[in-house]
Design a protein around this ligand. Structure first.
Ligand code: URA
Length: 237
């Protein structure tokens, strides 16, 4: 990709700014001073600006520990969104949340620049497991476990069978294989036990990273990326 296009995609410099950076000798490609803004940057070539290495990967996959009080949306005029917690380069590259968590839901949220991967992971037919810890108003019972396993009947659809494990009288670990709007809250509400706190602790092969404080994120490693593509049924080099 051309240097000026790449720097603009990465949110580092506009095309005209790149021209000035190159003129000032401030950009290195593979250790050599870039001669022109339209110089070709080969995939994997080391890129540096003012002596500092630039992360020039265009494909990004991130995991975040979503805090409460933040919207899962690409943008919002009034409220803070999860995108506001990421570095601007991620949005410039087209990083988007994979599915959504409610404003008051916390925990594992993925981001990717790969729209096909995101789509496959959240498609109703892909049946990727999502695991939640739900605290409810009420006491969970064996009858709730059976009802979730049979498929909770909601006004507009019957949920796929889900596994509920009772961790304490008011707290359960729920594994669901679909992700319709407010689904977990609606399922518990249908049992007369409204959710008072919800945290997602796993999505497909990935578990919430205990080292991430609420609002923190990190890049997925190569193994995690491979596992995610495998869960989505997509071949990935
Ligand atoms: N189900 C819900 O009801 N809310 C969430 O945030 C996620 C799943």
């Amino acid at each position: 990709m051309r240097l000026d296009k790449l720097l603009s995609h990465l949110g580092i410099a506009s095309r005209s700014e790149t021209k000035a950076l190159v003129r000032g000798g401030r950009v290195l490609i593979a250790g050599e001073r870039a001669k022109s803004p339209d110089a070709e940057v080969l995939p994997g070539a080391a890129l540096a600006l003012d002596g500092r290495e630039i992360d020039a990967r265009l494909e990004r996959h991130l995991i975040m520990n979503k805090p409460a009080g933040v919207l899962t949306a690409a943008e919002d005029r009034r409220q803070k969104t999860v995108m506001d917690l990421l570095p601007p380069a991620c949005a410039a590259l087209g990083c988007m949340p994979v599915g959504r968590l409610d404003k008051d839901t916390t925990g594992l949220l993925l981001f990717t620049t790969d729209g096909v991967l995101a789509h496959r992971l959240i498609a109703p037919r892909s049946h990727v497991d999502k695991v939640y810890i739900a605290r409810v108003d009420g006491a969970l019972t064996a009858a709730d476990v059976s009802a979730f396993a049979a498929g909770i009947v909601l006004r507009d659809f019957t949920a796929l069978p889900a596994e509920l494990e009772i961790l304490s009288p008011d707290t359960g670990r729920l594994t669901v294989r679909e992700g319709k709007y407010h689904q977990v809250k609606r399922m518990f509400a249908a049992r007369g036990k409204p959710v008072t706190a919800l945290e997602r602790i796993a999505f497909g092969p990935l578990a919430l990273d205990g080292s991430l404080a609420p609002g923190e994120y990190r890049e997925l490693n190569a193994e995690e990326i491979a596992a995610l593509y495998a869960a989505a049924g997509i071949e990935h080099e």
